[in-house]
Design a protein around this ligand. Structure first.
Ligand code: ATP
Ligand code: F6P
Ligand code: MG
Length: 344
């Protein structure tokens, strides 16, 4: 038995903890060698591989952010056209099963490989927390903690300068980071992709704060938020990049211009960007990533394929990869409405 492993899509804290857990479990309990493919799916297409040993270096990966295997995105058509090369790479290294660690996109590719006769086990990662059928993906807790810490710090400077502060966080289609970080740090307004916003309403919420005697306001905005149809604001739609993702044009900055004009207040924007994906994982993410890695290793070593590891309550369970990609897990409107009770 030989295991192949790769990380694909955006990086996130906890990827190295999965790698460590897979290697340690496979070597210690099954004496199975693990080979890493570098830089996402490209490593499999171009045969860029590295042996992973159960040594001190691997053990110390628990705390380290990013991924020692490297990651990246590859045009989905290029990937699909490369099936013969991928199969050749796997045969060359006598790989019996591939562990693919990634988000909805990576798991879509993993499922396609499985349908094409490649044994695959999936591990759900992403700061976006948008993978269906699992309660949480690792990376999310760290991203929320980074964003909440940043918002905490903005309260005092916003108050000192009597400003409206817009904080743009990641979240292409799902507003999980915005919702959780906004709630955790007491934001006065939260805007998410699932609920198109009305800029007049955002201004009304901020204005009400000033009328009540407060002198500042904080609004958290997910990068993928869009104005409601027919509302009095539009934003430029970015093009689709070579990996199939829309390029964002800066929704928070666009909102800032509108808010400044309408409220005649000082407005500032903070875009947290990739700080949310960097650095050491929180304890919660270390534990989740480690548990995912241990379970993925057991599944791979016992010949269970076409499944991914999912967190359901306190348990890690194997589910068909198809369940993970059946839909994007977005914030339910009722959950957003809970948060909306605190707006203003
Ligand atoms: N429909 C698809 N068919 C084949 N391959 C795909 C498909 N979707 C994504 N992939 C492959 O998986 C890679 C990673 O996907 P994507 O960029 O969506 O990130 P992800 O895994 O969802 O992680 P994250 O959202 O956290 O960045 C893509 O670059 C592409 O190579
Ligand atoms: O690192 P890149 O390619 O700029 O990707 C950014 C995207 O990746 C994510 O961090 C994870 O999918 C999204 O929240 C964000 O839109
Ligand atoms: Mg994704």
């Amino acid at each position: 038995m030989r295991i192949g492993m790769l990380t694909a899509g955006g990086d996130c804290p906890g990827l190295n903890a999965v790698i460590r857990a897979v290697v340690r479990t496979s070597r210690a309990e099954y004496d199975t060698p693990v080979l890493g493919f570098e830089d996402g799916w490209s490593g499999l297409v171009d045969d860029s591989a590295v042996s992973l040993y159960d040594d001190e270096d691997i053990d110390r990966l628990l705390l380290r952010g990013g991924t020692v295997l490297g990651t990246g995105r590859l045009n989905p058509d290029t990937l699909r056209d490369s099936l013969p090369q991928i199969k050749r790479t796997l045969e060359r290294h006598a790989i019996d099963v591939l562990i693919a660690i990634g988000g909805d996109g990576t798991l879509t590719a993993a499922n396609w490989l499985h349908d094409n006769g490649v044994p695959v086990v999936g591990v759900p990662k992403t700061i976006d927390n948008d993978v269906a059928a699992t309660d949480y993906t690792f990376g999310f807790d760290t991203a929320v903690s980074v964003a909440a810490d940043a918002i905490d710090r903005l309260h005092t400077t916003a108050e000192s300068h009597e400003r409206v502060m817009l904080v743009e966080v990641m979240g292409r289609h799902a507003g999980w980071i915005a919702l959780h970080a906004g709630l955790a740090a007491g934001a006065h307004m939260i805007v998410i992709p699932e609920v198109p916003f009305d800029i007049d309403y955002v201004c009304k919420v901020m204005k009400r704060r000033f009328q009540m005697g407060e002198n500042y306001g904080i609004c958290v905005v997910a990068e993928g938020a869009t104005p409601a149809e027919g509302s009095s604001m539009t934003i430029d739609e970015g093009e689709i990049d070579q990996f199939g993702h829309q390029v964002f044009t800066g929704v928070a900055n666009a909102m800032a211009v509108e808010i400044k004009e309408r409220l005649d207040r000082d407005v500032r924007t903070t875009v947290l960007g990739h700080t949310q994906r960097g650095g050491t994982p929180t304890s919660r993410d270390r534990v989740l990533a480690t548990r995912y890695g241990v379970h993925a290793a057991h599944l791979a070593n016992s010949g269970k394929h076409g499944v991914f590891v999912a967190l359901r309550g306190e348990d890690i369970v194997p589910l068909p990869i198809a369940d993970a990609i059946s839909r994007l897990k977005t914030v339910p409107v009722e959950m957003y409405d809970e948060a909306a009770s605190l707006f203003g």
